[in-house]
Design a protein around this ligand. Structure first.
Ligand SMILES: NC(=O)c1ccc[n+]([C@@H]2O[C@H](COP(=O)([O-])OP(=O)(O)OC[C@H]3O[C@@H](n4cnc5c(N)ncnc54)[C@H](OP(=O)(O)O)[C@@H]3O)[C@@H](O)[C@H]2O)c1
Length: 302
């Protein structure tokens, strides 16, 4: 009798595990092969804006191009107004259908008092929190300056949170469908050597997306706000792209494609799934060792 019960318990455990993996597999197939983006839901009319931070270069610029081509007016953000003006002209030369392009110059690092007042006058329905990053470091945090560490935290964590604090009241009042996409990094789960401040800032960003989505649902279960945190491991900012390291243009397409897939945290590019997911099967020590070896190969050649 006891043997029968133990056997039953193992069978149940096996079935539960199988069901869990089946669910994950079904969700994988759905995201990359069947899901159609819901981005057009946020293009309400000719007055609708998408806001993209860090849009003067790299992935942010390509997101702005994609959204502009889909018919959004865009607010492009970056630290340098001349660079933004160049991007504005590039965008407006793309099609006969001239959409509005608002340039918003603000440095995420040199202040922690940002002026968001001009954004509150616009009908923004989609926000891409993209400005971020960190140069590769070669020393641990105790050898990095306080200024350097707080710059990383402001850029990747505090600026996006402050921006959302400024926008949330108007989002709630509008009762429109709202989309918030944070561009994250696999580093938030697996910190590469010497990037503790960057990894922690991206983990903060991921958790603030989670927290804000919980808040909004709690405040008003009928509110139509979608939050995504996108796990990215590598982009090629040169022409030298590869399977692991796609161009910012391709990554922008992948990000837009997974919008509305039903998951808050998403790996938008299928080629990054091994980095973001399967490392968890290996256990902490082995996963950390793999990241260390990758960084060693690319940056710390002895
Ligand atoms: N590149 C990768 O391999 C990789 C991997 C994982 C995750 N990500 C994430 O993907 C996002 C985009 O990365 P990317 O490689 O496309 O970045 P990027 O080419 O370095 O561009 C970043 C954008 O942010 C702006 N920016 C930089 N410092 C700023 C500051 N202090 N204040 C305001 N804006 C500032 C830049 O403006 P300027 O052009 O004027 O400097 C630029 O528009 C980031 O959040 C990054 O963490 C990137």
């Amino acid at each position: 009798m006891a043997l029968f019960t133990v056997a039953n318990a193992f069978t149940l455990l096996g079935l539960a595990t199988f069901a869990l993996y089946l669910r994950r597999f079904a969700s994988f197939i759905h995201i990359y092969y069947f899901h159609s983006t819901t981005i057009q839901r946020y293009l309400m009319d000719a007055d609708t804006y998408a806001l993209i931070t860090g849009a003067s270069a790299g992935l942010g610029k390509e997101l702005a191009v994609d959204l502009y081509d889909r018919g959004f007016n865009v607010v492009i953000h970056g630290p340098d107004s001349e660079k933004l003006e160049q991007v504005r002209q590039e965008l407006q030369s793309r099609s006969a259908l001239k959409r509005d392009v608002v340039c918003w110059a603000a440095d995420c690092v040199s202040s922690d008092q940002w002026d968001f007042s001009r954004l509150t006058k616009l009908k923004i329905t989609a926000v891409f929190l993209n400005a971020g990053g960190s140069p590769v470091k070669f020393t641990p945090v105790d050898k990095q300056s306080e200024d350097d560490i707080s710059a990383t935290v402001r850029l990747n964590a505090l600026f996006p949170l402050s921006l959302m604090r400024a926008l949330l009241p108007q989002f709630r009042a509008s009762r429109l469908p709202i989309l918030v996409v944070a561009i994250g990094s696999v580093a938030s789960t697996y910190p590469p050597p010497f990037l503790a401040a960057y990894a922690a800032s991206k983990a903060f960003l991921a958790q603030s997306m989670h927290g804000m989505s919980v808040d909004e649902r709690f405040l008003d279960p009928s509110a139509d706000m979608t939050f995504h945190y996108m796990h990215i491991s590598e982009l090629s900012l040169t022409k030298d792209t590869s399977f692991r390291s796609p161009s910012p243009q391709a990554m922008a397409r992948y990000i837009i494609a997974v919008i509305g897939c039903g998951h808050r945290e998403v790996v938008p590019y299928i080629g990054h799934v091994p980095d973001a997911s399967s490392l968890s099967f290996l256990g902490e020590k082995r996963a950390d060792a793999i990241i260390e070896r990758v960084m060693e190969k690319h940056f710390f050649k002895k």
